[in-house]
Ligand binder design. Structure first.
Ligand code: HEM
Ligand SMILES: *[C@@H]1O[C@H](CO)[C@@H](O)[C@H](O)[C@H]1NC(C)=O
Ligand SMILES: *[C@@H]1O[C@H](CO)[C@@H](O)[C@H](O)[C@H]1NC(C)=O
Length: 342
């Protein structure tokens, strides 16, 4: 992430070539606006579903605001693997290898119990009608609102998969120490844009990361990107006490937005402007020499919360629209989100 001004003049074209070639050669497996989804899918068959989910999420977020973050991330990790089809919710069984033990998820992804609880309530009201994938998508929207974020309408009508993919969970989900170009290519692969990448990363305005995911950053180039003022030095030494360079404390956590960790706002981008992003992947949006476009977007969202909210809403709908044709033809409405129907 070193910032060499020497490279600057060549970069727009380099970035263009890299991204265009990624786009051409990877393509997208999934249609990103599927005609099967609609706003009124449940209007006559389960009219109360949105109210049930909202009420449950209110309780969950009231009891712990972190629950909002857990559900939003769960939805993201669902949609990046076979589309938004509830595959992430499946437990391992003798005949099915789930995604929960894949490297981006193991010891990290949480919130399954919340979805189980909502599913139970929904099943008692409308048995066999509402997919787990839809519940997760709606719950993620409600989570964002409940911690102060924007509202958007959620298209519904997803089906739950009968399969999961450990391999795709390991391959498709970006990681904290991955470079910007590689991260962007994973979003393009899903039919999302560079703008979607920058806006959706703003979800890190809530929630926590484990020391294992930011140790390299705080013992490496945090000081290079930050202003080294007393505030950032205090923050850094605090992080180092939570997450010692020598090792240990791998599961110690810190908020990615240390200013307002439980509020969905644009302070995540202001932190990136100061060079104090917690994850390497966060800071790269602003500081990478390859991030011409993402840097402009970070500046924009840092100064204009309304444009961030609008773009985040649009990008969340696009994320939720990633659909797997196979789940539509062979999918089902699971009775229990953890298991394929028998
Ligand atoms: C841009 C690429 C992304 C990378 C590299 C990334 C990486 C990570 C990592 C490493 C963590 C901490 C996990 C842990 O330490 O256990 C995390 C947490 C989180 N991520 Fe991302 N993420 C990305 C994009 C997204 C997107 C698109 C969303 C949702 C729209 C999202 C939502 C979250 C949330 C809410 C948390 C906090 C979860 C909690 O509190 O447990 N992330 N992410
Ligand atoms: C998402 O899907 C819905 C329903 O298929 C469609 O109306 C909408 O235009 C899509 N939105 C985006 C941003 O792709
Ligand atoms: C985890 O963080 C706490 C402070 O929150 C610290 O006292 C403890 O030493 C850390 N654990 C390790 C193994 O460093």
């Amino acid at each position: 992430m070193a910032l060499s001004p020497l490279f600057h003049s060549n970069l727009p074209s380099l970035q263009f070539v890299l991204l265009v070639s990624i786009f051409i050669f990877s393509g997208s497996l999934y249609a990103s606006d599927d005609p099967h989804l609609s706003l009124d899918y449940y209007a006559s068959i389960c009219p109360t579903v949105f109210d049930i989910i909202r009420k449950e999420m209110e309780c969950e977020v009231l009891s712990d605001p972190r629950n909002a973050a857990l559900v939003v991330r769960l939805h993201f990790h669902d949609c990046f693997v076979q589309g938004c089809d509830g595959s992430v919710l499946l437990d391992d069984t003798i005949t099915l290898q789930g995604e929960k033990k894949a490297s981006p998820n193991i010891n990290s992804l949480k919130g399954f119990r919340i979805i189980d609880k909502i599913k139970n309530k929904v099943e008692s009201e409308c048995p066999g009608i509402v997919s787990c994938a839809d519940i997760l998508t709606i719950a993620a929207r409600d989570a964002v609102i409940l911690v102060g974020g924007p509202y958007w309408d959620v298209p519904v009508g997803r089906k739950d998969s009968k399969t999961a993919s450990f391999e795709l969970a390991s391959a498709n989900i970006p990681t904290a120490d991955e470079g910007l170009v590689s991260i962007i290519s994973k979003f393009l692969y899903q039919g999302l844009s560079v703008t979607d990448t920058a806006a959706l990363s703003g979800a890190h305005t809530i929630g926590m990361a484990r020391c294992a995911n930011f140790r390299a950053r705080i013992s490496g180039d945090f000081e290079t990107t930050s202003d080294k003022g007393p505030m950032s030095e205090t923050y850094l030494s605090n992080l180092k006490s939570i997450c010692p360079a020598a090792g240990g404390g791998d599961n110690n956590v810190s908020a990615m937005d240390n200013i307002t960790p439980n509020l969905f706002d644009n302070s995540y981008y202001q932190i990136l402007l100061r060079g104090e992003g917690l994850l390497n992947s966060d800071q790269e949006l602003y500081s990478s020499i390859l991030g011409i476009q993402t840097k402009q977007l970070v500046v924009k969202y840092a100064h204009d919360p309304i444009s961030f909210f609008q773009q985040f809403s649009d990008s969340m709908v696009k994320l939720g629209n990633i659909t797997n044709p196979d789940s539509f033809t062979n999918g089902e409405v699971r009775k229990n989100c953890r298991f394929v129907n028998t």
